[in-house]
Design a protein around this ligand. Structure first.
Ligand SMILES: [Fe+2]
Ligand SMILES: [Fe+2]
Length: 152
C-alpha cells in the first residue's frame, strides 16, 4: 500500500498526544485544587479541548487511510466526548467556574475516559495499523532548508 499524503504512520505522535493530554488534565486538576485564577484555568481547558480535537482527527485520518474496520465506533466515541467537553467549555465561558468539587470530578471523569479509551479503542487501533502496515515507512519530512528555499 502506498503512503497516503498527510497521513503518515507516526505512532510516536499519537503516543505523545496521549501524554500531553493526560499531563494537561493533571495540570488543570492541580490549578482547580489550588483555586487558581479562573481565566488561567479557562485557557488551559480550551487548550485541552483544542488538543483533543486535533488528536482525534489525527487518529481518524489514519484509520480512514488504512481501512480500519472499527472506525465508525471509534469516531463515535471521539464525537461524544468532544460534545461533552464542548458543553463544559460553553458553561465555563458563560460564567460557570471550575473550582467546585463537581468540577474536579469532571476532570477525573475525563482522565478516566481517556484511560479507558486508550485501553479499549486506541491500543487495538495501533495494533491493527502495525500489523497491516508493518513495512510502511513514513514519508521523509521535508528538510527545513528545502522549505525555506521553496518559500523564498
Ligand atoms: Fe487517542
Ligand atoms: Fe481514539
Amino acid at each position: 500500500m502506498t503512503a497516503v499524503s498527510g497521513s503518515r504512520l507516526d505512532y510516536s505522535a499519537i503516543e505523545q498526544d496521549h501524554s500531553v493530554i493526560l499531563a494537561l488534565v493533571a495540570d488543570i486538576d492541580a490549578l482547580i485544587r489550588k483555586s487558581a485564577d479562573r481565566d488561567e484555568i479557562l485557557v488551559r481547558f480550551q487548550e485541552l479541548v483544542r488538543l483533543s480535537v486535533e488528536h482525534f482527527l489525527r487518529e481518524e485520518s489514519l484509520m480512514e487511510a488504512y481501512g480500519y474496520p472499527r472506525l465508525a465506533h471509534h469516531r463515535q466515541e471521539h464525537r461524544e466526548v468532544i460534545d461533552w467537553l464542548g458543553h463544559i467549555e460553553d458553561a465555563f465561558v458563560g460564567g460557570s467556574t471550575l473550582s467546585a468539587p463537581t468540577n474536579e470530578l469532571t476532570l477525573e471523569f475525563f482522565g478516566a475516559w481517556v484511560s479507558r479509551h486508550l485501553a479499549l479503542l486506541d491500543n487495538p487501533m495501533t495494533a491493527y495499523l502495525r500489523k497491516h502496515h508493518v513495512d510502511e515507512q513514513p514519508e521523509p519530512a521535508a528538510k527545513v532548508d528545502d522549505l525555506a528555499q521553496h518559500l523564498a
